[in-house]
Design a protein around this ligand. Structure first.
Ligand code: SAM
Length: 301
Protein backbone atom coordinates (compact mmCIF):
# COMPACT_ATOMS: atom_id res chain seq x y z
CA UNK A 1 0.00 0.00 0.00
CA UNK A 2 1.27 3.51 -0.79
CA UNK A 3 2.48 5.74 2.03
CA UNK A 4 0.53 8.69 3.41
CA UNK A 5 1.54 11.58 5.71
CA UNK A 6 -0.29 10.09 8.67
CA UNK A 7 0.15 6.35 8.19
CA UNK A 8 0.83 4.18 11.21
CA UNK A 9 1.90 0.57 11.73
CA UNK A 10 2.81 -2.19 14.11
CA UNK A 11 5.84 -4.48 13.90
CA UNK A 12 4.10 -6.82 11.48
CA UNK A 13 2.96 -4.28 8.91
CA UNK A 14 4.20 -1.58 6.55
CA UNK A 15 7.27 0.34 7.80
CA UNK A 16 7.06 -1.45 11.16
CA UNK A 17 7.77 -4.80 9.51
CA UNK A 18 11.11 -3.45 8.32
CA UNK A 19 12.15 -3.23 11.98
CA UNK A 20 11.39 -6.94 12.27
CA UNK A 21 13.27 -7.56 9.01
CA UNK A 22 16.49 -5.92 10.21
CA UNK A 23 16.20 -7.56 13.64
CA UNK A 24 15.98 -10.91 11.83
CA UNK A 25 19.19 -10.02 9.99
CA UNK A 26 20.86 -9.16 13.32
CA UNK A 27 19.71 -12.46 14.80
CA UNK A 28 21.20 -14.41 11.91
CA UNK A 29 24.41 -12.34 11.93
CA UNK A 30 24.77 -12.97 15.67
CA UNK A 31 24.60 -16.74 15.09
CA UNK A 32 27.38 -16.78 12.46
CA UNK A 33 30.57 -18.74 13.27
CA UNK A 34 32.73 -15.64 13.76
CA UNK A 35 30.13 -12.98 14.43
CA UNK A 36 30.88 -9.29 14.20
CA UNK A 37 27.96 -8.55 16.53
CA UNK A 38 26.15 -10.22 19.38
CA UNK A 39 22.49 -9.28 19.74
CA UNK A 40 21.07 -11.87 22.13
CA UNK A 41 17.58 -10.35 21.99
CA UNK A 42 17.03 -10.12 18.24
CA UNK A 43 15.72 -13.65 17.62
CA UNK A 44 13.36 -13.50 20.60
CA UNK A 45 12.01 -10.14 19.52
CA UNK A 46 11.44 -11.40 15.98
CA UNK A 47 9.62 -14.54 17.18
CA UNK A 48 7.39 -12.43 19.43
CA UNK A 49 6.23 -10.35 16.44
CA UNK A 50 4.96 -13.54 14.83
CA UNK A 51 5.48 -12.86 11.11
CA UNK A 52 5.94 -16.43 9.88
CA UNK A 53 8.54 -15.64 7.22
CA UNK A 54 10.87 -13.80 9.64
CA UNK A 55 10.39 -16.40 12.39
CA UNK A 56 11.26 -19.17 9.95
CA UNK A 57 14.29 -17.20 8.76
CA UNK A 58 15.76 -16.79 12.26
CA UNK A 59 14.95 -20.41 13.10
CA UNK A 60 16.74 -21.63 9.95
CA UNK A 61 13.51 -23.06 8.56
CA UNK A 62 13.81 -21.33 5.19
CA UNK A 63 16.57 -22.58 2.95
CA UNK A 64 18.68 -19.65 1.85
CA UNK A 65 19.58 -20.67 -1.65
CA UNK A 66 19.53 -19.25 -5.17
CA UNK A 67 18.56 -15.60 -5.58
CA UNK A 68 17.10 -15.46 -2.08
CA UNK A 69 20.50 -16.38 -0.65
CA UNK A 70 22.37 -13.63 -2.48
CA UNK A 71 19.97 -10.90 -1.35
CA UNK A 72 19.68 -12.23 2.20
CA UNK A 73 23.43 -12.66 2.63
CA UNK A 74 24.02 -9.12 1.43
CA UNK A 75 21.47 -7.75 3.89
CA UNK A 76 22.81 -9.82 6.79
CA UNK A 77 26.39 -8.67 6.06
CA UNK A 78 25.33 -5.04 5.79
CA UNK A 79 23.27 -5.22 9.00
CA UNK A 80 26.18 -6.76 10.92
CA UNK A 81 28.52 -3.94 9.86
CA UNK A 82 25.86 -1.28 10.36
CA UNK A 83 25.03 -2.54 13.85
CA UNK A 84 28.70 -2.57 14.81
CA UNK A 85 29.15 0.95 13.43
CA UNK A 86 26.30 2.37 15.55
CA UNK A 87 27.37 0.34 18.60
CA UNK A 88 30.89 1.75 18.33
CA UNK A 89 29.49 5.25 17.82
CA UNK A 90 27.53 5.13 21.09
CA UNK A 91 30.41 3.52 22.98
CA UNK A 92 32.79 6.28 21.84
CA UNK A 93 30.27 9.07 22.51
CA UNK A 94 29.53 7.90 26.05
CA UNK A 95 33.10 6.70 26.64
CA UNK A 96 35.90 9.07 25.68
CA UNK A 97 33.51 11.94 24.82
CA UNK A 98 31.59 11.62 28.11
CA UNK A 99 28.06 12.16 26.74
CA UNK A 100 25.32 10.93 29.09
CA UNK A 101 22.16 11.20 27.03
CA UNK A 102 21.59 9.06 23.94
CA UNK A 103 18.66 9.33 21.56
CA UNK A 104 17.82 6.38 19.33
CA UNK A 105 15.49 7.70 16.63
CA UNK A 106 13.24 5.08 14.99
CA UNK A 107 14.38 2.54 17.56
CA UNK A 108 12.35 -0.37 16.18
CA UNK A 109 13.66 -3.62 17.67
CA UNK A 110 17.07 -2.10 18.46
CA UNK A 111 18.22 -3.60 21.78
CA UNK A 112 21.13 -1.25 22.52
CA UNK A 113 19.44 0.11 25.65
CA UNK A 114 19.69 -3.46 27.00
CA UNK A 115 22.93 -4.81 25.60
CA UNK A 116 25.54 -2.02 25.47
CA UNK A 117 27.71 -1.36 28.53
CA UNK A 118 26.47 2.20 29.09
CA UNK A 119 28.36 4.23 31.70
CA UNK A 120 26.57 4.86 35.00
CA UNK A 121 24.14 7.75 34.73
CA UNK A 122 23.40 7.39 31.00
CA UNK A 123 19.83 7.97 29.88
CA UNK A 124 18.80 6.31 26.60
CA UNK A 125 15.73 7.72 24.86
CA UNK A 126 14.02 5.55 22.27
CA UNK A 127 11.65 7.18 19.80
CA UNK A 128 9.31 5.28 17.50
CA UNK A 129 5.62 4.90 16.77
CA UNK A 130 3.48 3.88 19.78
CA UNK A 131 2.71 0.30 18.72
CA UNK A 132 6.37 -0.39 17.97
CA UNK A 133 7.53 0.97 21.32
CA UNK A 134 4.75 -0.83 23.18
CA UNK A 135 5.35 -4.24 21.61
CA UNK A 136 9.12 -4.18 22.12
CA UNK A 137 8.79 -3.09 25.75
CA UNK A 138 6.24 -5.84 26.40
CA UNK A 139 8.47 -8.55 24.90
CA UNK A 140 11.56 -7.37 26.76
CA UNK A 141 9.58 -7.41 30.02
CA UNK A 142 8.22 -10.85 29.23
CA UNK A 143 11.66 -12.35 28.64
CA UNK A 144 13.02 -10.66 31.77
CA UNK A 145 15.46 -8.36 29.97
CA UNK A 146 16.75 -5.44 32.03
CA UNK A 147 18.01 -2.21 30.44
CA UNK A 148 21.69 -1.50 31.01
CA UNK A 149 20.98 2.26 31.16
CA UNK A 150 18.00 4.31 32.20
CA UNK A 151 15.68 3.66 29.25
CA UNK A 152 12.99 6.22 28.49
CA UNK A 153 10.56 5.59 25.68
CA UNK A 154 9.01 8.34 23.59
CA UNK A 155 6.08 6.99 21.61
CA UNK A 156 5.56 9.55 18.88
CA UNK A 157 5.67 9.85 15.11
CA UNK A 158 8.84 11.50 13.82
CA UNK A 159 6.73 13.60 11.44
CA UNK A 160 4.94 15.14 14.46
CA UNK A 161 6.31 17.37 17.23
CA UNK A 162 8.73 14.79 18.60
CA UNK A 163 11.13 17.42 20.09
CA UNK A 164 8.36 18.47 22.51
CA UNK A 165 7.72 14.83 23.44
CA UNK A 166 11.44 14.21 23.94
CA UNK A 167 11.80 17.24 26.21
CA UNK A 168 8.72 16.16 28.14
CA UNK A 169 10.48 12.83 28.75
CA UNK A 170 13.36 14.73 30.39
CA UNK A 171 15.82 15.33 27.55
CA UNK A 172 18.10 18.29 28.32
CA UNK A 173 19.07 20.31 25.21
CA UNK A 174 21.69 22.20 27.22
CA UNK A 175 23.73 19.02 27.78
CA UNK A 176 25.56 17.19 24.97
CA UNK A 177 23.74 14.27 23.41
CA UNK A 178 24.44 11.35 21.07
CA UNK A 179 21.90 10.64 18.34
CA UNK A 180 21.35 7.78 15.94
CA UNK A 181 19.14 7.81 12.86
CA UNK A 182 19.65 4.24 11.65
CA UNK A 183 17.53 2.76 8.90
CA UNK A 184 15.22 5.76 9.01
CA UNK A 185 15.87 8.38 6.34
CA UNK A 186 14.43 6.41 3.41
CA UNK A 187 11.08 6.21 5.23
CA UNK A 188 10.80 9.98 5.52
CA UNK A 189 9.94 12.28 2.61
CA UNK A 190 12.95 14.46 1.57
CA UNK A 191 11.58 17.59 3.32
CA UNK A 192 10.95 15.60 6.51
CA UNK A 193 14.56 14.40 6.41
CA UNK A 194 15.73 18.02 6.42
CA UNK A 195 13.30 18.89 9.23
CA UNK A 196 14.59 15.94 11.24
CA UNK A 197 18.15 17.27 11.04
CA UNK A 198 16.96 20.83 11.79
CA UNK A 199 15.28 19.56 14.95
CA UNK A 200 18.30 17.50 15.99
CA UNK A 201 20.55 20.53 15.43
CA UNK A 202 18.28 22.75 17.53
CA UNK A 203 18.37 20.22 20.39
CA UNK A 204 22.12 19.56 20.24
CA UNK A 205 24.46 21.40 22.58
CA UNK A 206 28.07 21.84 21.42
CA UNK A 207 29.94 18.53 21.58
CA UNK A 208 26.84 16.53 20.65
CA UNK A 209 27.27 13.70 18.15
CA UNK A 210 25.12 12.18 15.48
CA UNK A 211 25.46 8.94 13.53
CA UNK A 212 23.41 8.16 10.46
CA UNK A 213 23.60 6.66 6.99
CA UNK A 214 22.92 8.20 3.61
CA UNK A 215 22.12 6.38 0.38
CA UNK A 216 22.96 8.65 -2.58
CA UNK A 217 21.83 5.98 -5.05
CA UNK A 218 18.48 5.53 -3.37
CA UNK A 219 16.30 7.02 -6.06
CA UNK A 220 18.12 5.37 -8.95
CA UNK A 221 18.68 1.84 -7.68
CA UNK A 222 17.40 1.04 -4.25
CA UNK A 223 13.71 1.00 -5.19
CA UNK A 224 14.36 -1.42 -8.01
CA UNK A 225 16.32 -3.61 -5.60
CA UNK A 226 13.52 -3.34 -3.00
CA UNK A 227 10.99 -4.53 -5.54
CA UNK A 228 13.21 -7.43 -6.54
CA UNK A 229 13.68 -8.49 -2.92
CA UNK A 230 9.95 -8.17 -2.18
CA UNK A 231 9.20 -10.38 -5.17
CA UNK A 232 11.54 -13.11 -3.91
CA UNK A 233 10.02 -12.94 -0.44
CA UNK A 234 6.49 -13.05 -1.83
CA UNK A 235 7.33 -16.48 -3.18
CA UNK A 236 7.97 -17.52 0.44
CA UNK A 237 4.70 -16.03 1.69
CA UNK A 238 5.82 -12.57 2.86
CA UNK A 239 3.79 -9.67 1.49
CA UNK A 240 5.99 -6.64 2.22
CA UNK A 241 6.28 -4.12 -0.56
CA UNK A 242 9.65 -2.56 0.29
CA UNK A 243 9.85 -0.44 -2.85
CA UNK A 244 6.60 1.34 -1.90
CA UNK A 245 7.69 2.12 1.65
CA UNK A 246 10.61 4.32 0.59
CA UNK A 247 10.09 7.90 -0.50
CA UNK A 248 11.18 9.07 -3.94
CA UNK A 249 12.51 12.48 -4.83
CA UNK A 250 15.78 14.35 -4.72
CA UNK A 251 17.29 14.54 -1.25
CA UNK A 252 19.84 16.88 0.18
CA UNK A 253 23.20 15.26 0.75
CA UNK A 254 23.35 14.56 4.48
CA UNK A 255 27.04 15.48 4.58
CA UNK A 256 26.43 18.89 3.01
CA UNK A 257 23.25 19.56 4.98
CA UNK A 258 24.86 18.86 8.35
CA UNK A 259 28.05 20.72 7.45
CA UNK A 260 25.99 23.80 6.55
CA UNK A 261 24.13 23.45 9.86
CA UNK A 262 27.36 23.65 11.87
CA UNK A 263 28.43 20.04 12.29
CA UNK A 264 31.89 18.57 11.55
CA UNK A 265 31.11 15.58 9.41
CA UNK A 266 33.01 12.43 8.45
CA UNK A 267 31.62 9.91 5.99
CA UNK A 268 32.79 6.46 4.97
CA UNK A 269 31.50 4.41 2.04
CA UNK A 270 30.45 0.82 2.64
CA UNK A 271 33.59 -0.84 1.22
CA UNK A 272 35.76 1.32 3.52
CA UNK A 273 33.63 0.53 6.58
CA UNK A 274 33.55 -3.18 5.77
CA UNK A 275 37.36 -3.16 5.47
CA UNK A 276 37.69 -1.48 8.88
CA UNK A 277 35.78 -4.39 10.39
CA UNK A 278 37.87 -6.98 8.52
CA UNK A 279 35.19 -7.77 5.95
CA UNK A 280 35.03 -7.39 2.19
CA UNK A 281 32.11 -5.60 0.59
CA UNK A 282 30.68 -7.89 -2.14
CA UNK A 283 31.83 -7.04 -5.65
CA UNK A 284 28.81 -8.26 -7.63
CA UNK A 285 25.83 -6.49 -9.22
CA UNK A 286 23.46 -7.36 -6.36
CA UNK A 287 25.46 -5.11 -4.03
CA UNK A 288 26.12 -2.29 -6.52
CA UNK A 289 23.23 -0.09 -5.32
CA UNK A 290 24.66 -0.08 -1.78
CA UNK A 291 28.31 0.56 -2.63
CA UNK A 292 28.10 4.36 -2.37
CA UNK A 293 26.03 4.37 0.82
CA UNK A 294 27.76 6.38 3.50
CA UNK A 295 28.14 5.83 7.24
CA UNK A 296 28.20 9.30 8.74
CA UNK A 297 29.39 10.68 12.05
CA UNK A 298 28.90 14.35 12.86
CA UNK A 299 30.05 16.41 15.82
CA UNK A 300 28.29 19.66 16.71
CA UNK A 301 30.69 22.60 16.67
N1 SAM B 1 16.61 1.68 13.75
C1 SAM B 1 16.04 0.36 13.90
C2 SAM B 1 17.06 -0.69 13.53
O1 SAM B 1 17.99 -0.39 12.78
O2 SAM B 1 16.88 -1.82 13.97
C3 SAM B 1 14.77 0.18 13.08
C4 SAM B 1 14.95 0.39 11.61
S1 SAM B 1 13.49 -0.05 10.66
C5 SAM B 1 14.23 -0.31 9.10
C6 SAM B 1 12.66 1.50 10.46
C7 SAM B 1 12.09 2.04 11.75
O3 SAM B 1 11.74 3.40 11.53
C8 SAM B 1 10.82 1.34 12.24
O4 SAM B 1 10.96 0.96 13.58
C9 SAM B 1 9.75 2.40 12.08
O5 SAM B 1 8.70 2.28 13.00
C10 SAM B 1 10.57 3.67 12.24
N2 SAM B 1 9.97 4.83 11.62
C11 SAM B 1 9.92 5.13 10.30
N3 SAM B 1 9.25 6.27 10.09
C12 SAM B 1 8.86 6.71 11.32
C13 SAM B 1 8.11 7.82 11.77
N4 SAM B 1 7.61 8.71 10.90
N5 SAM B 1 7.91 7.97 13.09
C14 SAM B 1 8.41 7.06 13.98
N6 SAM B 1 9.12 5.98 13.60
C15 SAM B 1 9.33 5.80 12.29
Amino acid sequence: MARSDTDSWDLASSVGATATMVAAARAIASAEPEPLIDDPYAAKLVRAVGVEFFTKLVDGDIALDGELAEGAELMIGIMAVRTKFFDDFFLAATGEAGVRQAVILASGLDSRAYRLPWPEGTVVYEIDQPEVIGAKTATMNQIGATPSAERRTVAVDLRDDWPAALRAAGFDPAAPSAWSAEGLLAYLPPAAQDRLFDNITALSAPGSRLATEFHPDMAANLRERGNAMSEQWRQHGLDLDLGNLWYDGERNSVVEYLTDAGWSVTARRRPELFAEYGRTFPAGETAAHQRNSQAIIAVRN
